[in-house]
Ligand binder design. Structure first.
Ligand code: ATP
Ligand code: MG
Length: 275
């Protein structure tokens, strides 16, 4: 009889043969995961439930999840965080950032290789990042690489071999076109929202220590409130504040460069966003 620890031990042994690229995962979660809103915990929790489903279900050897949301909301980092937390022996990222300069054929073989490598591991996660960029989607004339699209559709939907289980986490900033192109069959779809509340923004600036003195932080928040960034509800379309965590972090780093006018720089940069 094989017990859980035997199983985990077996996984450890499998580990080096395939390689989970920790650096690769870490590089897309560079700034960590800041829990600025309950939604962040909810997304991570949904992710871990799906991971458990893949780990334990004998009925569904492949589970496909889609993370979608506006640009810069943290989709890639969340996908990588969910993948990393699974501790599955095979975790790979398919990202357009690693395919710069590749032609269609090269792309297709790189993508296919990740999937066929994943079939060697009992449990795998493949992150298919930024699908619209992988297929070179261009809104101008609605062009894209059909061969890459067809390869992805086949690979994402394919049942892995016997006794192999695979979680595919796809990301996109353009969910409508994905549906048009035939990606209809995701088992779960999760929306990653932008930051829309001042309290979430305040949480982020506190977390990254933008203001060493609490008083300065309070003043900055007051300044932002006076500037109209004061909607309370999460993901409110009428909120003046609409910013992805990625952009917010870059604005914060820019503001930090000017120690005498951090709050002003922050406010101005946020105001310029909604022009
Ligand atoms: P794009 O639309 O350009 O592909 P994206 O939505 O994939 O962007 P990421 O590339 O994941 O966004 O950038 C998010 C950045 O914010 C990462 O550096 C990540 O470490 C950081 N981050 C901090 N907190 C969070 C969070 N709660 N969720 C996601 N990312 C976070
Ligand atoms: Mg991304």
């Amino acid at each position: 009889r094989v017990n859980r620890s035997d199983f985990m031990h077996a996984l450890d042994e499998v580990h080096p043969a395939f390689g989970v690229s920790e650096e690769e995962l870490q590089s897309v979660i560079q700034n960590g995961i800041i829990r600025f809103d309950n939604i962040v915990d909810e997304l991570l929790r949904s992710g871990s439930l799906i991971v458990e489903q893949v780990r334990t279900s004998t009925r569904a050897p492949v589970v496909n999840v889609l993370l979608h949301g506006p640009p810069g909301t943290g989709k890639t980092a969340l996908a990588a965080a969910i993948a990393q937390a699974s501790q599955f022996p095979f975790i790979k990222l398919i990202t357009p950032d690693n395919m710069v300069g590749m032609g269609e054929t090269q792309k297709i073989s790189a993508i296919s290789k990740v999937f066929s490598d994943s079939y060697k591991s009992p449990l795998s996660v493949v992150v298919v990042d930024n699908i619209e960029r992988l297929i070179d989607w261009s809104p101008m004339g609605a062009r894209f690489s059909n061969p890459v699209l067809q390869a992805l559709l086949v690979l994402i939907g394919r049942r892995p071999p016997k006794d192999r289980r695979l979680l595919v986490i796809a990301t996109t900033s353009n969910r409508p076109i994905l549906t048009d192109l035939g990606f209809a069959e995701f088992n779960a779809v999760m929306r990653v929202p932008p930051i829309t509340s001042l309290s979430a923004l305040e949480y982020v600036i506190q977390e990254v220590d933008l203001f060493p003195h609490e008083e300065d932080r309070r003043d900055a928040v007051r300044m932002l409130r006076d500037a109209g960034f004061d909607k309370k509800t999460r993901d409110d379309p009428s909120s003046r504040l609409q910013i992805g965590i990625k952009k917010l972090l870059s604005i914060i780093e820019m503001a930090r460069q000017e120690p005498d006018a951090v709050a002003e720089r922050l406010t101005t940069a946020l105001m310029e966003l909604d022009l």
